[in-house]
Design a protein around this ligand. Structure first.
Ligand code: CA
Ligand code: CA
Length: 433
């Protein structure tokens, strides 16, 4: 009887930790062969070939595929996995894709890849990474990837900025999707979040000509992202109203967006005043609504525009401890604004250049911002982000602020050898590294 109980516990533990004979495969564009067996010594050739030849069927739930340096193609994945399948850069390797699409499916984890049309043989329009947009999708995690149109945009004119690829589209058929610690460089619309109950955290968005992050569905969390350096104004020939984070209504049926959390993000209009084609950026612009149960706290905003933090038609929302400042001399000083007809909202302990708060709101402790308060808030927010995600991006190499390069010490090195299989991305304990 006792033996049976012990056996049951052991079986339960093995099931719980998920370490049941996960296999590891290797893909190597330089040394691999289409007819290899996927072992470290006889790797397959490219990830695209693994998918299109059907070799991917040999990879089972819980397995890990390590990609070695080189070009792995334009890759489309799909399929429901009973346990997470991880596709990751092998240690010390720089695998590259020209595009990544996960059309539908569940339990995929993608880690540490460089993804850019620059690697492919011809340019394409639209998103560089798209997932959850063609069919039911859940528990997909995309992390530590370097996603960009081109490395250098210094010679771009406005037409080039307007036709630049969009960065990431988290699709409308998704639920429980995670976009974590990706570096997204030189894009038009950087990130569109259209999946319910999903998380966008620790990403860096640098150089974008339209909106940084679009929040469009219920239950989305946007936290600890850095969004900076916005391009092309109406005077330059770009009529898009650029926002750092915008609530853009996608819930067409109900016209209401619920349970959105926007916490600890840094939004900077431009880091360098020599930036060409700069544009006044609205920081957090939640104009569509009604907005219900929003939490917008601890964001730090430096913009040359009126909308620092603006929520319209808000119900049961909290706007707390945000700091909005401008270091430029125009009269566009960023405010905290609760507009339209708000109900049951709280606006507390924010710093901004001015406040426009619906009279029905509960408000207290809101004070004028200044350069010193902004500087302190920026340091605090940056420190919190660095603590969670590192000072430098693990693949792009860039710091989160400025464009210096370096390396963050690795907490747990990802090896070119079997490692602990990924936990289910929807596991809340896995949501912060
Ligand atoms: Ca623009
Ligand atoms: Ca916009």
């Amino acid at each position: 009887m006792r033996k049976a109980i012990v056996l049951v516990i052991i079986v339960a533990l093995i099931g719980f930790t998920g370490v049941v004979r996960a296999a590891t495969f290797y893909v190597d564009p330089a040394r691999g062969k289409a007819g290899g067996n996927g072992s470290a010594k006889r790797p397959w050739r490219t990830l695209q070939e693994v998918v299109t030849r059907g070799t991917l069927r040999k990879v089972k739930p819980g397995d890990v595929i390590f990609l070695r340096s080189g070009y792995h193609g334009d890759v489309t994945l799909s399929g429901d996995n009973k346990a997470v399948i991880t596709i990751a850069a092998a240690k010390g390797h720089k695998p590259a894709l020209s595009r990544l699409t996960i059309s539908s499916g569940s339990r995929w984890r993608i880690r540490g890849l460089s993804i850019s049309p620059a690697f492919g043989d011809k340019p394409y329009d639209g998103n560089i990474v798209k997932f959850g947009d063609s069919g039911p999708s859940s528990d997909i995690l995309i992390e530590n990837c370097f996603i960009y149109t081109a490395l250098d945009s210094s010679k771009w004119d406005t037409p080039t900025w307007k036709k630049a690829n969009d960065g990431v589209f988290m699709g409308r058929h998704g639920k429980n999707l995670i976009l974590r610690n990706n570096y997204i460089l030189n894009t038009r619309f950087a990130v569109s979040l259209c999946a319910e109950d999903s998380l966008c955290e620790g990403n860096v968005i640098t150089n974008f000509s339209a909106d940084g992050i679009r929040v469009t569905r219920d239950g989305q969390t946007v936290r600890y992202n850095v969004i900076k350096n916005n391009y092309c104004s109406a005077a330059d020939g770009d009529n898009n109203h650029d926002d750092g984070i915008q609530c853009f209504l996608f819930n067409k049926g109900t016209g209401t967006v619920r349970r959105v959390t926007v916490v600890g993000n840094i939004i900077i209009n431009r880091e360098d005043d020599r930036q060409k084609f700069h544009n006044p950026l609205q920081a957090i612009g939640f104009f569509d609504g009604p907005l219900v149960d929003f939490v917008v706290t601890d964001n730090v905003v430096l913009v040359d525009m009126w909308h620092g933090v603006s929520l319209y038609s808000a119900r049961n929302c909290r706007i707390e401890r945000n700091v909005a400042w401008s270091r430029w001399e125009s009269n566009r000083r960023p405010w905290v604004r609760l507009g339209g007809k708000s109900q049951n909202c709280t606006v507390k302990n924010n710093y901004a250049c001015s406040f426009r708060i619906d009279s029905a709101a509960v408000k207290s402790g809101n004070k004028p911002s200044n350069a010193a308060i902004y500087k302190q808030a920026l340091e605090q927010a940056h420190t919190a982000i660095v603590k969670k995600f590192g000072k430098y991006h693990p693949v792009a190499g860039y710091a989160r602020l400025g464009m210096t390069k370096g390396k963050s010490p690795r907490k747990s090195p990802a090896g070119d050898k079997p490692e602990k299989p990924a936990a289910n991305p929807s596991d809340p304990s896995q949501q912060t590294p």
